[in-house]
Ligand binder design. Structure first.
Ligand SMILES: Nc1ncnc2c1ncn2[C@@H]1O[C@H](COP(=O)(O)OP(=O)(O)O)[C@@H](O)[C@H]1O
Ligand SMILES: [Mg+2]
Length: 341
């Protein structure tokens, strides 16, 4: 059974989320929004709104992802998230509240730029998420405790494992990365700092943060908990720092950057540095973790390239990104200005 604009009102009635009258009045607006799993926004004539995910191929791996998301959405001690309504395991459906007039942070920053109140909110909400005591045993069996794929680049065996997927662009990227032997060693070294102590979001990026503009403030919520896992909290933090850097890199092509010039032009943008510093100051869970955070950010830049390489040739982009990632991983001290004054 697959949901569509025609059967959805009846489905929500059957599950007790709408009265008979409300379901008869029908759907006012329906908008597909998801990527991996099939997400859509549903606004009913009666004014009740939902965000629904239904996985396209209900095979095991995918249903596990939705199950993870349902577990976090039901956690009572973390409130900066949509309201959970139901998880229908049989049909691979998850229903939660539609956050009204929300934009994801990716859209928001594209339109508004790097506003400081957003950095503050984001730091506070992410640190709150990492301090929540989730019942770990909920997640233990089902969540894989593998470190992120990018760490596999650190060893020859890991690189072969990644190449086994036989994705043309991935293989091409790995070969391009292998042109930086000291980077491979630095990745292996950074892997030793990976600590799986916290329940982390696992897919932290701007698109998975929702922002609502209130009268004179902003409200931030986290979404898309499909990849929660026991991991290193700084990995989530690095996801945000990397997302911000990627926005900057795409905006201006920093072609003038060479690994031989002392500083990356990123560091010259005061508004941008202020934004990251504000985010980090408000997160403030781990003091003196800046060096590791910058290294993780470099790793996430490479991880992002690996993600894009699943669909497209990234060799050109890699030429710009890899020297920066390498610098961040091998000489993180140079980039402290991104995080602290
Ligand atoms: N509860 C919600 N309310 C409003 N918009 C949402 C909600 N959940 C997700 N979205 C929007 O839909 C997009 C995709 O949803 P997400 O849960 O991240 O699915 P995917 O796994 O496909 O990334 C988000 O980036 C966000 O813009
Ligand atoms: Mg998402």
């Amino acid at each position: 059974m697959y949901l569509n604009p025609k059967n959805i009102a009846f489905y929500l009635f059957e599950k007790g989320l709408l009265s008979w009258e409300e379901s008869l009045a029908g759907v006012q607006h329906y908008l597909e929004a998801g990527s991996r799993s099939f997400g859509f926004k549903v606004e009913m004539v009666c004014g009740k709104n939902f965000f629904i995910k239904q996985i396209k191929n209900n095979f095991d791996g995918m249903s596990r992802l939705l199950e993870m998301e349902a577990l976090v959405l039901q956690a009572e001690n973390f409130t900066e998230k949509p309201t959970f309504f139901l998880h229908d395991k049989k049909n691979g459906i998850l229903v939660n509240s539609l956050v009204d007039n929300a934009q994801n942070l990716g859209e928001f920053i594209k339109n508004e730029g790097f506003l400081l109140p957003i950095a503050t909110q984001l730091g506070l909400v992410l640190s709150k998420f990492h301090q929540v005591e989730f019942k770990e045993n909920h997640f233990q069996n089902s969540s894989q405790r593998q470190p992120p794929l990018v760490f596999y680049l650190g060893t020859a065996a890991g690189r072969n494992f990644l190449k086994q997927k036989r994705e043309r662009f991935t293989t091409q990227l790995i070969e391009q990365i292998a042109l930086y032997p000291s980077l491979l060693e630095a990745i292996a070294e950074a892997h030793k700092n990976w600590e799986a102590k916290t329940l982390i979001h696992g897919d932290m990026k701007f698109e998975n943060c929702l922002i609502q503009k209130m009268e004179d403030s902003y409200k931030m919520q986290l979404i898309d908990f499909e990849e929660v896992t026991m991991g290193d909290a700084l990995w989530d933090v690095a996801g945000i720092v990397q997302a911000a850097i990627s926005v900057q890199l795409q905006k201006t092509h920093f072609l003038i950057f060479s690994p031989f010039s002392p500083f990356h032009p990123l560091l010259d943008d005061a508004i941008f540095c202020d934004w990251l510093q504000t985010f980090w100051k408000n997160y403030e869970l781990q003091h003196e973790a800046e060096i590791k955070l910058i290294q993780f950010t470099g790793l996430r830049l490479i991880g992002r390239l690996m993600e894009i390489a699943q669909q497209a040739d990234v060799s050109h982009q890699a030429k710009e990104w890899l020297p920066l990632a390498q610098e961040m991983i091998e000489n993180p001290e140079k980039y402290l200005k991104l995080l602290t004054t």
